[in-house]
Design a protein around this ligand. Structure first.
Ligand code: UDP
Length: 381
């Protein structure tokens, strides 16, 4: 009997990071034939992560077009996947998280007759407009998925509350933490010598990542201006802000930083280099989902510059603070972390809130069960 075919589909940097440990685990077990299809939604950023993890995609749909709207990109992804699976559909398609690539791949796989497996299932902010379009994307995936791999108990509870059968939900931890563990054992030198200088030359580093669509046109600029003003007022502090490639994000960030040279703008850092900087940071100011998970695992306080979060565990544990995007609030919260050692210490304890680094073996076990495969190679026990 031939082995079943699992196609893992993704298109952006965070999906590439979180799929990599599962692809490695499924390929190690070899109980199924596992292929990787990249959509090309984030061109260089996902390519870089694939290269870091030694993954060569089997198929590259290459849908990225500069300036394309969300709907145009989504339509291109859907059409290309329909074409890919027209002759033969995979037994199962794995999608991760909440991007357009994930949502459209889930629907295309469902139409093709494949079973849909959702990695990082069940995250909900409760607000369809925030984060946009991620909240809508992940809700679209749930009804067509046969297996929901939830990273945390609260994600599993969200799915049960929406009527997903408990037997179809498995709590695995987040594979992003598996990737982080891998990264910590594969330290990388910075390509950019300026980053080595930052790491060695400054007492305190504030790392900043801001890119969410709902922050464009005001909120993002306010956050960046608050960071610039706060670090400039302290002689031993520098901020680093790797800029998302989106041209609109770049324009807003550059304008908000203004003349100060204490906010260092750089290109997106390769995944392992970003992690090295994060581990060294005094704190992180972020609207990123993945960074909200990585920071507590490294004991780095996170100020979350959003109005809602689907990652409440960090806030509840005191490792993160959900502070919105008002300029004076961001400045005050950052100042507290810089000026009050006790406040900083309270948020700095490393915690396993999102996973223990063994999510991929648990996910692979659940996938093998779904496909009726033996668990001979299981590591998860
Ligand atoms: N990241 C990276 N380089 C950077 C900034 C972030 O490799 O310059 C990584 C980060 O470690 C995390 C992921 O990108 O794993 C988060 O991606 P992003 O913020 O784009 O998406 P989100 O997690 O919000 O969906």
């Amino acid at each position: 009997m031939s082995r079943p075919w699992i196609d893992v589909v993704y298109g952006t940097r965070p999906e590439a990071v979180k799929c990599a440990p599962l692809v490695a685990e499924l390929r190690r077990r070899a109980s199924a034939r596992t292929t990787v299809t990249v959509t090309g939604q984030h061109r260089q950023m996902a390519d870089e992560v694939n290269a870091s993890f030694g993954i060569t995609p089997d198929v590259d749909l290459d849908v990225f077009r500069s300036g394309a709207s969300l709907a145009e990109t989504s339509s291109a992804i859907f059409g290309a996947l329909a074409h890919r699976w027209a002759e033969a559909a995979p037994d199962a398609v794995v999608v991760q998280g909440d991007t357009a690539s994930a949502a459209l791949a889930a629907v295309a796989a469902y139409y093709a007759g494949s079973r849909v497996i959702h990695l990082e299932a069940g995250l909900r902010s409760g607000d369809l407009r925030s984060p946009f379009p991620e909240e809508g994307n992940r809700r679209l995936i749930a009804p067509v998925a046969s297996l929901h791999l939830a990273p945390t108990d609260s994600a599993a509870a969200n799915l049960r509350a929406e009527g997903v059968a408990p037997d179809d939900i498995v709590v695995t931890g987040n594979t992003g933490i598996d990737a982080l563990h891998w990264q910590r054992t594969h330290p990388q030198r910075f390509d950019d010598p300026a980053m080595e200088e930052v790491v060695h030359g400054w007492d305190r580093l504030v790392l900043v990542t801001v890119h969410r669509r709902e922050s464009w046109g005001g909120p993002l600029a306010r956050v960046v201006a608050a960071v610039a003003e706060t670090v400039t007022a302290r002689s031993d502090v520098v901020a680093v802000l790797p800029m998302h490639p989106n041209p609109r994000v770049r324009r807003e960030v550059v304008a908000a930083v203004g003349e100060t040279d204490r906010v260092i703008l750089c290109e997106p850092l390769p995944y392992a280099q970003f992690g090295r900087l994060l581990a060294r940071a005094h704190c992180v100011v972020t609207d990123s989902g993945g960074v909200q998970e990585e920071a507590p695992a490294l004991g780095v306080p996170a100020l979350v510059v959003r109005d809602t979060t689907e990652r409440g565990e960090g806030v509840e544990a005191g490792a993160a603070r959900l502070i919105g995007t008002r300029r004076e609030v961001v400045a005050a919260e950052l100042a507290a972390l810089l000026d009050d050692p006790a406040a900083h210490a309270r948020m700095s304890r490393a915690r396993e809130l999102y996973g223990d680094g063994r999510a991929a073996p648990r996910a692979a076990d659940a996938i093998e069960r779904l496909l009726g495969l033996a668990r001979a190679h299981s590591l998860a026990g």
